[in-house]
Ligand binder design. Structure first.
Ligand SMILES: Nc1nc2c(ncn2[C@@H]2O[C@H](COP(=O)(O)OP(=O)(O)OP(=O)(O)O)[C@@H](O)[C@H]2O)c(=O)[nH]1
Length: 643
């Protein structure tokens, strides 16, 4: 049996439950329980256990865990459970075989047997991540497994078409009929070899799962339409795959279309280190038509070839562990989750901890809705039987018994509630110098977003030149546009700082960054950004002023006056605006202007302040291009004391 199995099964810290009806002797009652119990116990002198088996003497030390029940203790003491129940009864504790006992009761019991009690070092039952370490894997038990593939690419380049084509033509469960359901993943077959496809195209989903610890993709298929070439999300996909360290196979799609130019795609991608084999590189390119199915088999062949190179293996003999691909609440069936088994074999009836919840696998079905009894590595299955809905990317682990699974799930839920955020994994400019030392960082990961390509390049170029004591800046991703949720996911997964140049975050990205405590910095002068990053790396970042956003405003309409010019009519959607506010005018996520208010008025009257919910008019110094729909951020600069 595999070593991982043993460690998983042994991971049985019991819950410290004092079940109903159980009486706990007070600590100072030691060693013989209540007065009454002592009296009764004294009557039994000379003290002699009821049914001593000669060949099984008492242990010298009772090594126990809090929460063990009478049966567990009976085994350790080599005594009958009934004897222990009796003994406890005489000590004033009414219990049964399955009842968990607390520390005091166990110690009193040991003392009554005349032996020492020692609590075993606590294993961290909530830490299921350690079962995903490579050390827990038994090399001898490894067998080849199917590769797990994610398809990424720019909008409309054909990800869904490719997934649908594969599902229709190559899905294995199709053998027995049934209608394919979207469960988040499926397996395709070529020449009796399986490939697991994650059916959730999208970079944010991919990276969000990774941020939660689930590194399940082995190979990324980058779909690029031959009639459209490399586009912003193509680059985003490349950066996400690079950050995850997965090899990329390029599927140049839509070659059936007029105007398709696969060679151009190949040339463009060389700039991103994806060099085709025929040009001397090592990236596999396959020219396909997802719509017609042309060369799709060749793509599958290439995936299998790459999988061979990667020597993907897993041990099917251990208790299963893996990751959640997607999960939802079903009205009839309760929490329904698609999980991917990564090691071991998952079976119906298995007690399981999943993320911060737990349960027992009640039903297990494949992508055709057929019941399956067991799922081996790289197999996606939909399971029911969990107490709550887990999150995509949560890890799962099969436990020795339901009690342990429950203890682990509850401990994890509690920890998640307490732990607002593991601050040590967050990298911020303010704490960069210390973090660099603590983590012996060789590079400082940053993500760059800017309003125009020229700025992206200028900023990226300058950042790459920074070097402080051998530490350099690693630009994980750089692109034009507002900071979006995909950027924040990538920042979280890569512990990166986000630098925005003349751009702002989308509202969703902003709240996600807030939750994840991602450090976003905004600049309108490249030199300032370079200066900040360099200073932070040297431990010399001492912000003197920090901006504080005090209000969000939306421009509703324009009033043109011949004498005073154009006044913008607006309403305060959040916070307030004051006469001395600075304003930042944002259109489609891009900062158009950053400057000062010239006037603030309600009706015809100049005012010092307009509060939330009110409409007002304003003009801005040196900016006349305000449009209805523009968003205005009102902010003030506050002095920050150097740390
Ligand atoms: N001619 C041709 N059209 C294709 C091919 N693959 C996809 N299309 C078409 O391109 C359009 C977009 O394809 P999708 O598969 O929806 O693209 P997607 O990448 O999944 O797009 P999003 O889900 O929006 O990101 C659809 O109209 C498809 O029919 C192809 O190989 N040849």
């Amino acid at each position: 049996m595999a070593s991982g199995n043993n460690s998983a099964r042994n991971n049985t810290r019991k819950r410290n439950t004092t079940g109903t009806g159980q009486q706990t002797p007070r600590r100072n009652d030691k060693p013989h329980g209540s007065k009454k119990a002592r009296r009764i116990a004294a009557k039994q002198a000379p003290k002699k256990p009821v049914s001593v088996r000669k060949e099984q003497p008492l242990p010298e030390v009772l090594e126990y865990r809090v929460g063990m029940n009478v049966q567990d203790l009976a085994k350790l003491l080599h005594r009958d459970a009934t004897e222990i129940i009796k003994k406890l009864f005489l000590l004033g504790v009414v219990t049964n075989q399955n009842q968990s006992l607390d520390e005091d009761t166990i110690e009193v019991l040991a003392a009554d047997y005349g032996i020492e009690a020692q609590q075993k070092a606590e294993e961290d039952v909530a830490d299921i991540d350690r079962f995903f370490d490579d050390e827990t894997i038994d090399e001898a038990a490894l067998v080849p497994r199917a590769p797990v593939v994610t398809i990424m690419g720019h909008v409309d380049h054909g990800k869904t078409t490719l997934l649908d084509y594969l599902r229709k033509t190559n899905v294995t469960a199709g053998e027995a009929g049934g209608i394919t359901q979207h469960i988040g993943a499926y397996q395709a077959r070529l020449n009796d070899k399986l490939i697991t496809f994650l059916d959730t195209p999208g970079h944010a989903a991919f990276t969000e799962m990774r941020a939660r610890g689930a590194n399940i993709t082995d190979i990324t298929i980058l779909v690029v339409a031959a009639d459209d070439g490399v586009q912003p999300q193509t680059i985003e996909a490349i950066d996400h795959a690079k950050a995850a360290g997965t090899p990329v196979i390029v599927a140049v799609n839509k070659i059936d279309k007029e105007g398709a130019n696969p060679e151009q795609v190949m040339n463009q991608l060389m700039a991103y280190d994806l060099v085709p084999e025929e040009y001397g590189g090592d990236t596999i390119f396959v020219k396909i038509s997802a719509k017609m199915g042309q060369n799709v088999d060749q793509l599958l062949e290439m995936i299998l070839l790459e999988a061979d190179v990667l020597e993907l293996k897993a041990d099917p003999t251990q208790p299963a562990r893996g990751s959640v691909i997607e999960a939802r609440l079903d009205k009839g069936r309760g929490p329904v989750s698609t999980v991917l088994v990564q090691q071991g074999t998952l079976r119906v009836g298995d007690p399981i901890v999943v993320g911060n919840t737990y349960g027992r696998v009640r039903t297990m079905t494949n992508e055709k809705g057929h019941d399956v009894e067991a799922a081996t590595p790289a197999t996606p299955v939909q399971i029911t039987g969990l107490n709550e809905v887990p999150l995509a990317g949560d890890r799962f682990l099969v436990m020795a018994d339901e009690k342990t699974a429950r203890a682990a799930g509850e401990a994890r839920a509690k920890r998640a509630r307490e732990e607002v955020r593991n601050a040590s994994s967050v990298v911020t400019l303010d704490t960069l110098f210390n973090t660099m030392a603590e983590k012996a960082m060789k590079t400082v990961p940053v993500i760059v977003k800017a309003d125009v390509q020229g700025s992206v390049e200028a900023l990226t170029g300058s950042l790459k030149k920074i070097e402080v004591d051998g530490v350099r800046v690693d630009v994980v991703h750089a692109a034009v546009g507002a900071i979006n949720e995909s950027d924040i996911s990538l920042a979280e997964a890569s512990s990166a700082i986000v630098l925005g140049f003349n751009v702002r975050p989308t509202p969703f990205a902003k709240s996600q960054a807030n939750n994840d405590k991602i450090d976003m910095r905004f600049y309108s002068v490249i030199y300032d950004a370079i200066d900040d990053v360099t200073a932070a790396m040297k431990g010399q970042l001492e912000p003197v002023y920090e901006e504080r956003v005090i209000g969000q405003i939306v421009v509703k309409e324009l009033f043109k006056f011949s004498k005073v010019g154009t006044i913008a009519g607006a309403s305060v959607e959040e916070g307030k605006i004051t006469k001395d506010s600075k304003v930042r005018i944002v259109r489609n996520g891009t900062v158009l202007f950053d400057g000062e208010l010239a006037s603030l008025q309600r009706g015809k009257d100049a005012v010092n302040e307009v509060k939330f919910g009110y409409e007002f008019g304003f003009t801005v110094n040196k900016f006349n291009d305000i449009q209805p729909g523009d968003e205005v951020e009102a902010y003030i600069m506050e002095e920050v004391k150097p740390k």
